[in-house]
Design a protein around this ligand. Sequence first.
Ligand SMILES: Cc1cc2nc3c(=O)[nH]c(=O)nc-3n(C[C@H](O)[C@H](O)[C@H](O)COP(=O)(O)O)c2cc1C
Length: 358
Amino acid sequence: MTPIINDFTRLLGIQVPVVCAPMANVGGAALAAQATLGGGFGFIGAGYYPANKVRDELETARSILSTAGRMRGGGKLPVGIAFFGWKFDQNPAAASEMLDIALEAQVQAIWLSFGTNLRPWVDYVRSKDRVDTHKEKTLLFTLVNSVDEAVAAKGWPLDVIVAQGIEGGGHGGNYAPPTFSLVSSILPLLSPGDPLLLAAGGLANGAQAAALLALGVAGAVFGTRFLLTPESTYTAAQKAALLAAGASATVRTEAFDHARGTLGWPDGVDGRGLRNALVADYEAGLDAAALRARFAAHASSGDPDYAVVWAGTGVGEMHEIKGAQDIVRQLHQEMLQRLRAVRQLLDDSGDGITKSSM
Ligand SMILES: Cc1cc2nc3c(=O)[nH]c(=O)nc-3n(C[C@H](O)[C@H](O)[C@H](O)COP(=O)(O)O)c2cc1C
């Protein structure tokens, strides 16, 4: 398939500007490596992992990619790994240990998000890169939910800013504008030499990614789409709930974090998932302890009405489970189709324009 070449694909050495988002506890080495093998780039969601799990997942990714012949001799491990700033702030010693493990494993990229104090960790990675000058530098990604956050991030030594709109599945700022508006507002503020901009939030297909490329972003990030893979660790019941969900099935809420007890996110960060009985209980005013008890009581049954099923607004257009490699290939194909169709609007020696304007 014709590669889609731009600054982002050149930076990463990939064929298609599609990223499989980090998905904490749900997308590990298998998902990230398969997304990379499909021609895109995959992230391991390590936000809740302890250090030994970070090491194990990176080893697994290395072994999958080596077996597939995708490791460049002595070079970087072509997947990324992502951490949460707010968890780092709770335990800085564990945070630096995990970053050291990732750097020793030579991950190609590190993604830092959801923290009010991310800059020192960006500088930490950069300082380690400066010591190991014989190695390629580690690419640094961060996620923003507003124009102000993007303006702050563009002053940091980063490579990529991911603008995540309100439609996004999983965690995000409840104050984010829609993805299209957010990236449209950020793009004019970026100059050559600034970090590249990717778009995330609510994407289901390659036509949407092509539209975003036309807008001027360097690539598209898909999260929910990659939950519907054999490689994601969602249960069969969670995947079935996603397949059955319509376009209006999701809601932004703090209910899920209260139910699971995963609290400590920066102000204004909640999460988008499938509206279910847990959300109804939370909205009806059930107190946090009772909500947690109800969540725990249903944990072994796997009932999606009492589980957390993160999902973006694009979920209504997702109708099948397929391998992450195949998803990237399909997105690639759909992007090429749309980009070619758009090019044809200009290819008819201007006939259409001349006739309609006469
Ligand atoms: C299950 C799940 C877990 C996620 N975990 C993370 C994470 O660990 N770090 C992060 O920055 N974003 C995380 N996100 C958000 C993604 O980075 C991305 O912005 C989002 O999935 C895009 O929206 P979409 O799901 O509609 O494609 C997660 C999303 C989902 C669905």
